[in-house]
Design a protein around this ligand. Structure first.
Ligand code: DX5
Ligand code: ZN
Length: 228
């Protein structure tokens, strides 16, 4: 159940973009495991976000891995651009690509780890025949597009079902959660089987505490959930 390592992914769009380099130094010192890059195209979701240019800027300033969440239609048209810009894990939405298996195989061929994201309403069984092609399964815990939303409670059951599905097949798949990962919700998500946590405004980037405190506290509540 808790065999996969716990990772804290810092959602860069929630950081102070005016002081990107300073934010990266803080995140490195706080020991985050990955920088979560949200990419939005104004079509798949009604918003715009980060880009390969921002990723290149991050890469110049930091060696931290980048997990890239493509909330764009037809992601298969843009895989090369994001791998070349430094994506270590490239995540596409199941709802956005027609030939999902081909898209996932191409990501691995390009040298990145392949991820699939599922919107709240998308069932898990849509991945039944592509599970071997996946390194990371991103369960959206809010409807994507905006920061600062509330957890959709039914997604906790979905995390548990996802963990049971990959464990039953003995596959080395990480389960990532994205959206309202807070000190209150993270333990529930971790107990359900999530092991990659995306920290946004609900945990790491909140004016009420420092980023370093946020990282430390998120890791602490998550580790406790894995031991109790
Ligand atoms: C998903 C969001 C998240 C972000 C939200 O579309 O953009 O990536 O991390 O974090 P919260 O929900 O904590 O503001
Ligand atoms: Zn995201």
């Amino acid at each position: 159940m808790f065999s996969r390592p716990l990772k804290i992914c810092a959602s860069l769009v929630c950081a102070d973009l005016l002081h990107l380099e300073r934010e990266l130094r803080v995140l490195e010192a706080a020991g985050v495991d990955s920088i979560h890059i949200d990419v939005m195209d104004g079509q798949f979701v009604p918003n715009y976000c980060l880009s390969p240019d921002v990723m290149r800027a991050v890469r110049r300033a930091s060696a931290l891995p980048m997990d890239v969440h493509l909330m764009v239609v037809r992601p298969e048209q843009h895989l090369e651009a994001f791998v070349q810009a430094g994506a270590d894990v490239l995540v596409v939405h199941q709802e956005a690509t027609v030939h999902l298996q081909r898209t996932l195989a191409r990501i691995r061929e390009l040298g990145a780890r392949a991820g699939v994201a599922l919107n709240v309403a998308t069932p898990l069984n849509t991945l039944n025949y592509v599970l071997e092609d996946i390194d990371l399964l991103l369960i959206m815990t809010v409807n994507p597009g905006f920061t600062g939303q509330k957890l959709v409670p039914a997604t906790l059951r979905k995390i548990a079902d996802a963990r049971a599905m990959v464990d039953a097949r003995g596959l080395p798949v990480d389960i990532q959660v994205d959206g309202n990962v807070s000190f209150e919700t993270a333990p529930k998500m971790v107990r359900a089987g999530a092991n990659w946590l995306v920290g946004g405004t609900s945990s790491l980037f909140n004016p009420k505490w420092s980023v370093a405190e946020g990282v430390q506290r998120l890791r602490q509540v998550a580790e406790e959930a894995r031991t109790k």
